[in-house]
Design a protein around this ligand. Structure first.
Ligand code: URA
Length: 248
């Protein structure tokens, strides 16, 4: 037996209206299940076997899971609910229950965040054993030297039991910045890490004596932040992005 759901929920999730609108359609006799008019919204139907018609038209069931790629803005917390802050879920144009952010970005961090209700994929991407790569664009106060980069590449002590796993480091630029920083410089780097410890990038930079001024995630596994996706905007993942992520 396939997945059973209430008829009103099935229609609402398939985008046919709000829960109360679809209940009205059902009670008015506009809905048929396998050719028979069904007037009871609580009736359970089998998603994979039953055919549901609304106004004579076959209803395609909603996809099993939803996947959104969000370019997270600063000021939002990576949680489904929060009593005082805005959450990333407010930026997702879906009221599907069960959606959640895969992993966390700090409130002041921007960039790529996957939102889905596919628990198995989330588990796979977050599993410490999988070491899924995450690349960040980092702006730090001061000069990131070749020695700092070498230390980050070897692994640094951030107060955990073990040093961090070797990270990929690319120094992009060193910019004189007398106004904003104590040292008179800021550095831009790409840092690729394979773990997801709390505040990991900030703590790694601190371990080499630098303070993070701006942090943005630009990739996670095979998924990269599209250049044309504005901060605060999201879009559904493409089929290809979903299948590549599943192969990680
Ligand atoms: N590392 C951090 O310090 N913060 C983030 O949001 C992500 C990685």
């Amino acid at each position: 037996m396939g997945n059973m759901v209430r008829l009103d929920r099935f229609l609402a999730e398939a985008g046919k209206g709000t829960r109360s609108e679809v209940k009205k359609y059902i009670r008015k006799g506009l809905v048929q299940v396998n050719g028979r008019t069904e007037k009871c919204p609580e009736t359970k139907i089998c998603i994979s076997e039953d055919q549901v018609f609304l106004n004579g038209e076959l209803t395609e069931s909603a996809p099993e899971f939803e996947y959104f790629l969000l370019n997270k803005p600063a000021g939002y917390v990576s949680a489904t609910e929060d009593t005082k802050d805005h959450t990333v879920m407010e930026l997702i144009p879906s009221d599907r229950r069960g959606l959640f952010p895969v992993g966390r970005l700090d409130k002041d961090t921007e960039g790529l965040l996957l939102i889905t209700d596919d628990g198995q994929l989330a588990h796979q991407l977050l599993s410490p054993a999988k070491h899924v790569d995450k690349t960040y664009y980092v702006v730090v106060d001061g000069r990131v030297t070749k020695e700092d980069a070498a230390a980050l590449e070897r692994g640094v002590d951030i107060g955990e039991e073990k040093p961090t796993l070797p990270a990929g480091t690319e120094i992009l630029s060193l910019v004189p910045d007398p106004d904003q920083t104590e040292s008179g410089f800021r550095s831009e780097i790409h840092l690729t890490i394979h773990e997801g410890k709390f505040h990991q990038v900030k703590r790694m930079m601190e371990a080499v004596g630098k303070k993070v001024m701006y942090l943005k995630r630009i990739s996670m596994g095979s998924l990269t932040l599209p250049q044309d996706l504005p901060t605060g905007a999201c879009r559904p993942l493409t089929e290809q992005e979903i299948s590549s992520l599943k192969k990680q």
